[in-house]
Design a protein around this ligand. Structure first.
Ligand SMILES: [Cu+2]
Length: 99
């Protein structure tokens, strides 16, 4: 049954390639999915965010600062966004935001 073993190995290898590619795409530009939950004073936003792999943080809802409060202008509760987050002075801060 050598051939069956080869087929299984080929299938496993294909799976691994798919998994690796998927991860690479998710981490590609450092943009993370989020949903606006609350607009706060000073341009702060409460956001339900996906996993922040770079910061080792799982998906959750939390408050972020914005590097420029103008980013929060025009956003509404329920808006789906993409954002790039960095830690600035101990506070997680949205550096880039795309609606
Ligand atoms: Cu978080």
């Amino acid at each position: 049954m050598k051939s069956l073993r080869n087929i299984v190995l080929t299938a496993l290898t294909a799976c691994l390639v798919t998994l690796t590619t998927g991860v690479a795409i998710a981490a590609d530009d450092g943009m993370v999915d989020g949903v606006v939950k609350e607009l706060r004073p000073g341009g702060e936003l409460t956001i339900k965010h996906g996993p922040l792999t770079k910061l080792d943080m799982p998906a959750m809802t939390m408050v972020f600062k914005t590097s420029d409060p103008k980013m929060a202008k025009g956003l509404k509760v329920g808006d789906k966004i993409k954002m790039q987050v960095e830690e600035k002075g101990g506070k997680l801060t949205i550096m880039k935001l795309k609606k």
